[in-house]
Design a protein around this ligand. Structure first.
Ligand code: TNX
Length: 514
């Protein structure tokens, strides 16, 4: 009798499928609307098909989804544009005319019959795919097949971003990083629906992008970095590879040439750009603010026009970033005159100008964007530039700077803007952070990683994770959908994913990692 009873019990538990291990409410960044329907959990069958609208961009997202799911599941997951439901259920990616979803929004519906993601753009489908990925068990991150029930929690998510610009910056000038490392950073952005990668391509310690008309910039200026390392630079083919890889993942690259300061590497290569026309020694330390290109020489503006012209030609995205920070030796009218002339050069390339918020006092030009990295939200110069029409990307140094230490014993990083643990990264509101910068003037948020002390991909990941998802949530999620307590618990669920994927991260003590 006992044996019989046990058999009956087993049969019952086999019939009653265990619930999905991940909750529909567990997604980072928090979606706009989530309606769980526990009776509608979907079990991905081995013969599932990925069906997409007959549109090349939608089919590309379907292929990316299949490529994400194949390694861990070991399933073939063929991609088709025939809207032909399989007997056992599958995943459908559908483009719709539903304008309510916006340029990046999506709707994800999970029923026992399958998963449907709808969006009005391929970008929306792509974001929906990132959500679906997080709804599968963490083992989905395995690079090799694992035995797992691939269950997706039932219900519906309707989601779109609060801000259009959500980014991270990588400083490839202080330390140079290989193309492959940059591609991995793009992968990390994509998981959290960030859509811009800002590359800080030039600084005192190195010039990292080939410029045909001024070949010594990269050829000479690219051979140093902080410390003893060999530096390096991207050829135009390298750079295009980064841009194309990012574009295929709906990420726009924002290139920065930092001017007029942070230019020692350029002066080493071309002493004619230096105020005294004498080549300075190469610089491999970590001080800032000592170097500048000669603002009084027309040749300097030829250099800028040539460099920005070549960079614009390599850049499909709308932005060119001209730096403008910490030019301590170019002040007052000379500085604003320099910025205004450079702003006109950018306008001539057809691109939209971004600069660090130090450029605020310069005259307004159409579309210009200030990247604010202050630590005190009372900033009259930025507020005044906004009144004149500037928009703002928020990168508050004491919340969003990924090069700040987490705690006093963090082995890497700086502390001039304070220590940034995960709550500090998370607890601020981009919509009301800077006085006189209303939400309507906020283009979005960006988390910069300066790399004076960061030398490898593993170190990049350690500084990014888990703070990057905090900034991503502030950029994506409507204010009312999220708070620290909820974020802390959802973020904890990301840890096993990073572990499975072999991604380094800081086991922040504030997070209840499983
Ligand atoms: C300030 S933030 C800088 C960088 C440094 C960084 C270190 C900004 C626009 N300029 O040159 O790398 O601090 O945290």
């Amino acid at each position: 009798v006992a044996t019989l009873a046990r058999t009956a019990e087993q049969t019952a538990s086999e019939l009653l499928a265990p619930p999905a291990p991940v909750r529909l409410t567990g997604v980072v960044p928090a979606p706009g609307q989530v309606e769980p329907a526990p009776a509608e959990d979907f079990l991905l069958p081995a013969d599932a098909v990925v069906v997409a609208s007959a549109d090349p961009a939608a089919l590309a997202v379907a292929s990316q989804l299949a490529e994400l799911l194949r390694p861990a599941t070991g399933y073939p997951l063929p991609v088709t544009d025939a809207a032909r439901p399989t007997p056992s259920g599958g995943i459908a990616l559908a483009l719709t005319d539903d304008d309510n979803l916006g340029a990046e929004g999506y709707r994800l519906a999970v029923t026992r019959a399958g998963v449907t993601i709808t969006a009005s753009t391929a970008t929306g489908l792509f974001h929906g795919v990132q959500t679906l990925r997080q709804l599968l068990p963490p083992a989905i991150e395995s690079p090799v097949p694992v035995g797992e029930r691939w269950v997706v929690p039932g219900g519906t998510i309707v989601d779109q971003p609060r801000f259009a610009y959500r980014g991270a910056m990588l400083d490839v000038a202080r330390h140079f990083f290989a193309v492959e490392d940059v591609l991995r950073v793009v992968d990390h952005l994509v998981r959290y629906k960030l859509n811009h990668l800002h590359l800080h391509l030039t600084d005192d310690q190195g010039w990292r992008i080939a410029v045909d008309s001024w070949p010594r910039l990269a050829g000479v200026g690219g051979t140093t970095e902080v410390g003893e390392g060999p530096g390096g630079h991207y050829t135009k083919a390298d750079y295009r590879r980064i841009v194309e890889y990012a574009a295929a993942r709906h990420v726009t690259v924002v290139p920065e040439i930092d001017l007029p300061g942070h230019t020692n590497a350029a002066l080493v290569a071309y002493p004619e750009l230096a105020p005294d026309k004498v080549a300075p020694p190469p610089y491999t330390g970590t001080e800032v603010g000592f170097s500048y290109v000669d603002p009084a020489d027309d040749r300097t503006y030829d250099f800028i026009a040539d460099v920005l012209g070549e960079l614009a030609a390599l850049t499909p995205g709308p932005w060119l970033h001209i730096g403008g920070d910490e030019a301590f030796k170019v002040t007052g009218e000379v500085y604003t005159g320099f910025v205004e002339r450079t702003q006109r050069i950018v306008a001539d390339t057809g691109k939209t100008l971004v600069g660090w918020h130090q450029i605020a006092p310069a005259a307004h030009v159409d579309g210009r964007v200030l990247q604010w990295w202050g630590t005190d939200g009372a900033d009259p110069a930025t507020a005044e530039a906004v009144r004149r029409g500037a928009r703002v990307i928020l990168s508050p140094g004491n919340h969003a700077y990924l090069d700040m230490k987490y705690s006093p014993d963090t082995p890497l990083g700086q502390d001039w803007a304070g220590l940034i643990d995960v709550p500090r990264a998370y607890e601020w509101d981009p919509g009301s952070h800077v006085a006189g910068v209303p939400e309507a003037a906020v283009l979005g948020v960006e988390a910069p990683l300066w790399t004076e002390s960061v030398t490898s991909l593993a170190e990049i990941e350690f500084m990014l994770l888990p703070r990057l998802p905090a900034i991503a949530e502030l950029g994506w999620s409507p204010r009312t959908t999220h708070d620290w307590a909820g974020f802390r618990d959802r973020l904890a669920g990301q840890g096993p994913r990073w572990l499975t994927a072999g991604i380094a991260f800081h086991r922040a003590p504030e997070i209840p990692w499983p």
